[in-house]
Design a protein around this ligand. Structure first.
Ligand SMILES: Cc1cc2nc3c(=O)[nH]c(=O)nc-3n(C[C@H](O)[C@H](O)[C@H](O)COP(=O)(O)OP(=O)(O)OC[C@H]3O[C@@H](n4cnc5c(N)ncnc54)[C@H](O)[C@@H]3O)c2cc1C
Length: 388
């Protein structure tokens, strides 16, 4: 089968690129090895899909080239995606900090994208295994369903996270085979693991959540932190994981909005146990474990001013060195990807291989938590769809 445009991957970016390319009257085929389209959209945002963020800027993205994402984000904005949802009467709402979620279910977005693609005449070849891709005069894709040829190929195969719902390394392999650089890949928006000793100390506190501020390599993020059987999760930790590097420490302020030193100093004559005093700010079981672990199970009045200073400092600078991350199977995104230096920031086309495009998560552009990754998928997909 011959098409003008073949898109590899029926995920967020691939579907938008297909819709836009078909709008320009190009003949379009989308190939995916999974039997259903939009698997990651379906599970995103806990099933309600945090599909964009009202406050999107280039600062919300991590990439070796922090400017690369700007052009695409300007070409297709959160308002443009909201207009698409409005056309399909899909209801959505803002949760916090500009994060937009579907009111009903992420399935609404998938079906809107499916309808737009079908109306534009986009063909799908799902459950199709791509065996090889080469470029002769046109691009040739050898699959288990036969040979497909195209003038342009858009690679929209996403990152490595959640392999059980379809993630593979195909996009990175194609990039390398065509001579494009791929930057270091690692899991992002992922829980961090305690070392064995710390995990043992906190194991029975699994499920405890706190509001914290985490510092990592000079970046500060704040929000909820959840203790798990193996380490730390929750929005603040996932966000911090984007900046954390193997072997480094992070500092957690367990009481970011409290003048703890002032409070403890004011109550330094108190006969109450330190754990009970701290329990007015922290979950009780955590306060107890913390004081036991640090050999501080005494009444507050028995601590010197210097010791009180240490206690406040340590609770507001809890330094831990994570043993690692929970890996790609638990990560929401992949950090790194096709080097942005290889691509046009306006069209996503390869500078070396005309007609070959990369969009979405496969590129070295990773968004923070809060709808930024899907916005990047829509924006980069739209940009490629205007040219391929
Ligand atoms: C649990 C979870 C929750 C998330 N929640 C959010 C959220 O609320 N908001 C947000 O902004 N981001 C969220 N993300 C991230 C977001 O889903 C992705 O960044 C986004 O889907 C990337 O879009 P994409 O088009 O690049 O890739 P994908 O949407 O992953 O699509 C890639 C497609 O390529 C196909 N494919 C892969 N390999 C092959 C192959 N070898 N052959 C054929 N086809 C192949 C896949 O089957 C898939 O259909 C979440 C991610 C996860 C894992």
């Amino acid at each position: 089968m011959n098409k003008e445009v073949i898109i590899l991957g029926a995920g967020a970016s691939g579907l938008i690129a297909a819709i836009e390319s078909a709008r320009r009257k190009r003949s379009v085929l989308v190939i995916d090895h999974m039997k259903r389209i939009g698997n990651k959209i379906r599970i995103s945002g806990g099933g309600r899909c945090n599909f964009t963020n009202l406050h999107v800027t280039a600062e919300n993205y991590i990439s070796l080239n922090s400017h690369f994402c700007k052009s695409a984000l300007t070409q297709f904005t959160p308002a443009d995606f909201m207009a698409l949802l409005d056309r399909h009467h899909i209801r959505y709402g803002e949760r916090s900090e500009g994060q937009l979620f579907c009111i009903r279910t992420a399935e609404d977005i998938i079906s809107a994208l499916q309808k737009e693609a079908t109306a534009g005449g986009v063909d799908f070849s799902l459950g199709t295994v791509i065996k090889k891709m080469r470029k002769q005069k046109t691009f040739e894709l050898v699959t288990d369903k036969g040979l497909f040829t195209a003038d342009s190929v858009i690679v929209a195969t996403g990152g490595l996270s959640y392999p059980d719902i379809g993630a593979t390394n195909l996009g990175y392999t194609i990039a390398k085979e065509f001579g494009l650089k791929v930057t270091r890949l690692r899991p992002g928006l992922v829980p961090l693991l305690f070392d064995k000793n710390t995990a043992r100390q906190f194991q029975d506190l699994s499920g405890t959540s706190l509001n914290v501020e985490i510092s990592c390599k000079g970046i500060r993020v704040s929000g909820g932190m959840l203790m798990t059987h193996t380490g730390l999760s929750g929005p603040a930790v996932l966000q911090a994981s984007l900046y954390w590097e193997e072997g480094e420490s992070i500092a957690i302020n367990l009481l970011p909005e409290t003048d703890l030193l002032g409070f403890l100093t004011d109550h330094s004559q108190s006969r109450a146990q330190l754990a009970n005093v701290l329990a007015s700010f922290l979950p009780k079981r955590f306060a107890q474990r913390w004081t036991e672990m640090n050999d501080l199970a005494r009444p507050l009045c028995q601590f010197s001013p210097r010791e009180i200073g240490h206690i406040a400092h340590n609770l507001q600078n809890w330094e831990i060195r994570p043993a690692g991350t929970a890996g790609f199977s638990k990560a929401e995104v992949t950090l790194g990807g096709v080097d942005t230096g290889e691509l046009s920031s306006k069209t996503m086309e390869s500078k070396k291989v005309p007609g070959l495009y990369f969009i979405g998560e496969v590129i070295d552009v990773t968004g923070q938590l809060g709808g930024f990754n899907l916005q990047w998928a829509w924006s980069s997909g739209y940009a490629a769809g205007q040219h391929a």
